[in-house]
Design a protein around this ligand. Sequence first.
Ligand code: AMP
Ligand code: GLY
Length: 417
Amino acid sequence: MNVMVIGRGGREHALAWKLKQDGHHVFVAPGNAFMEGMTCVSINETDVEALARFAEETNIEWTIVGPESSLMAGVVDTFCAKGLNIFGPTKAAALLEGSKAFAKEVMMEAGIPTAAYEAFTDAESALSYIQKLGAPLVVKADGLAAGKGVTVAFTVEEAEAAVRDIFTTDKFGQQSQVVIEEFLDGEEFSLMAFVSGERVIPMITSQDHKRAYDGDKGPNTGGMGAYSPMPHLSEDVYEEAVKTVLEPLAQTMVKRGTPFEGFLYAGLILTSSGPKVIEFNARFGDPETEVILPNLKSPLLDVIQTVIRKEPYSIEWVEGYTMGVVIAAKGYPDRPVTGQVLSGFETLPQDVLVFHAGTAQQDGQIVGNGGRLLVITATKSTLLEAKTAVYEAIAQLDLPDTFYRIDIGSRAFTQII
Ligand code: AMP
Ligand code: GLY
């Protein structure tokens, strides 16, 4: 069948790869130069009218949305109004990601465990709350900030500086609200699900590595690598997260009259009193998608259609593990160097997948033109084998002016929960 993926990064490359594996003719808008065997269509992710027109004219039977920018531009609302099949939340439901204050409000209503918080629309009140609470605490710019609007402050001064940055500079985009919340201590993990109304089909767990450098040092990024599933996370914790987070969230969104349909992402911290939410995303995670989809045996559209029809479904996963390491441009996340020529891909083993994000094709060469350039993954029967295969593949490549973390998965190897 004709299917379309909206977006252009590594996540969309993985979605398109999976749909192609499942036997579909895959269109990607706008896609990138390295989506082999897929048809790229030069329509911007947020040009929702043009996307809908293309879907109508090309008989696209299903559209899958990658980035939050398309959701917030109302792509699902527009497609639904025209009777086109699309999997993703409406603009109203995507606000779960688009506004941290809104997400907190819904969590309170649903009784979902999360960090205590307050939202402020002016710097002065925020600053006096920080004085009252003391460090450590977390300061979050309210709107979308590409994963960069969060400061984990270990001193009051750091927290104050973050509030001033948010209200007086445009470092995090135009922000008018700040959320200040309790610091949660524990291991972070991601749990995503296919959701339609009250129906929730959870995926396997994954773990991202958000800090730029080894040992979880350096600035927060969009994610430097991930693996799935987490061998050290117990079945009990997984069940608890499904029952106390995903299901009540889906039910509450229905009750509020803004049912959620699409990929729901819960960013969680396993505290001493169980899993607590640090964020929701209204889409597939990146780089989590790149490590979850190679593990998904069931055809993606089968899962989506059954969740929508509320039919019973037993999702099938590979008996193994996938690890993905992000190759980032030197200087990322602040000032990534661009124009580096990346090479050596021809001789990689068949089972190593390379998903492209911030790259472009120039004179037949692969060059960097963004922050996160590639996600390199391998799927093996153990996590250690997957890790060995990924890092051996990376060692074969020529990747000037880039860096990557060498400790992806280290928590799984050193910790038992
Ligand atoms: P977010 O964009 O909300 O996912 O936050 C980015 C990163 O900041 C998360 O991946 C966590 O590592 C950290 N973080 C966010 N909120 C908290 C919190 N309440 N306690 C501890 N760390 C947090
Ligand atoms: N990996 C985190 C995110 O997709 O927001």
